[in-house]
Design a protein around this ligand. Structure first.
Ligand SMILES: [Ca+2]
Ligand SMILES: [Ca+2]
Length: 378
């Protein structure tokens, strides 16, 4: 028997028996919402008793092993609470016992990126087909990565408000809207720009830098109204003394507006160092597709758009240009005024160079560390 039981935004991979096994009833105010399951051997969610009227099972994706997984969702007793918006496939009985599919439930291949990366591919039947927070307040408004839900895919009809099934809310697959030429920043004609869209990192950055920017793992790219461009990198549970990086290779000729950038770090204490032309030993080279940054986290190689050097194992050499120690925990900081130009920007000195931005955790314990670099085009 389980009461006040909440499982949301989780992934369950290759469980040998039941991924979730409830002996007895799923009692009052218990919610299993927006989880992604792949290949449980026995069952995805197995409840021997009843589902209480105040409890809900919503927006889960359960992909079984064809001919092996006996049940996707099993409810042995009465199904009194809501079961809806789930996609269950490849189980001998997708809905088993007294479990019912519900009006927004479906049974189709979810099109996970892979069986180790449970993000969704373009064309997945789980996109925009979950129930929304407005109708069910148990639906989380962020996903497993912290991305806000819902992201509405404009080309896909919504089951409710555009919330996806499963643990990951996918960024828009729609092509970004090009800025009209007259809106392009001075000195940058001939280069494509986009705005007002959460962009694919690869597309946005490669366009912006004419193919000369490389980034290291786990980054979201955006161009905002007002022609500001940012690269954001967040690492959860960065161990004490561990480092995280963003690497940028500047164009051979710096564009006229490309005078520098603001660097913002959150959490601390941390040390931020900027190194020019370091020697990097990196992990695998990864290719990420347009409009999709989740593969950076899962490590999948899917399609070509831009090149990512992930997980540097060794950084040596180069010239340290600047370093700052940010000492206060729980706050956010920009590069300090005294160290940089009048616009609070750190200035790139040269074109055709590699710049490594290294953030090191000096807090004495694990932190969530984030670096944000912002370019202003004015
Ligand atoms: Ca969506
Ligand atoms: Ca939609």
């Amino acid at each position: 028997m389980a009461r006040n039981f909440r499982i949301r935004n989780n992934t369950f991979r290759d469980c040998k028996g039941y991924a979730i096994d409830i002996i007895g009833a799923l009692e009052v105010n218990s919610y299993i919402v927006n989880n992604s399951f792949v290949k449980p051997e026995a069952a995805g969610i197995y409840i021997t008793g009843q589902l209480d009227a105040s409890s809900k099972i919503l927006n889960n994706i359960i992909k079984g092993i064809d001919g092996v997984t006996s049940a996707g969702l099993h409810i042995g007793g009465s199904q009194l609470g809501t079961v809806d918006g789930n996609n269950i496939k490849f189980c001998t009985a997708n809905w088993s016992g007294n479990a019912t599919q519900g009006p927004k439930g479906t049974s189709e291949d979810p099109l996970y990126v892979s069986d180790t990366d449970l993000g969704l591919q373009e064309g997945s039947p789980c996109l925009d087909k979950g129930l929304g927070n407005d109708t069910h307040s148990e639906v989380p408004t962020t996903d497993k990565d912290g991305t806000s839900r819902p992201v509405n895919q404009p080309e896909i009809e919504d089951a409710d408000d555009g919330t996806d099934m499963g643990a990951y809310e996918m960024p828009s697959f729609a092509p970004p809207t090009p800025i009209e030429p007259e809106d392009a920043p001075v000195g940058l004609s001939g280069t494509r720009y986009y705005r007002n869209k959460a962009l694919t990192i690869g597309q946005a950055i490669m366009d912006f830098f004419s193919g000369s920017l490389r980034v290291i793992s786990g980054i979201h790219g955006h161009i905002h109204e007002g022609k500001c461009f940012q690269v954001y990198k967040k690492v959860t549970d960065l161990a004490d003394d561990a480092k995280t990086y963003i690497e940028i290779k500047t164009p051979l000729e710096l564009p006229p507006h490309f005078k520098g950038m603001k660097i913002r770090v959150s959490e601390g204490p941390v040390i931020l160092r900027i190194i020019e032309d370091p020697v990097l030993t990196t992990g695998e080279t990864r290719i990420i597709p347009k409009n999709r940054n989740r593969s950076l986290i899962g490590g999948s190689i899917i399609a070509s758009e831009s090149i990512i050097k992930a997980d540097p194992t060794e950084v040596s050499g180069g010239t340290e240009l600047d370093s700052w120690e940010f000492g206060v925990s729980g706050a956010a900081f920009y590069t300090p005024d005294s160290e940089i130009n009048d616009d609070n920007e750190w200035v790139f000195g040269n074109g055709g160079r590699t710049y490594l931005f290294e953030l090191q955790n000096k807090s004495g314990g694990p932190i969530t560390a984030a670096m944000k670099m912002i370019w202003y085009e004015n």
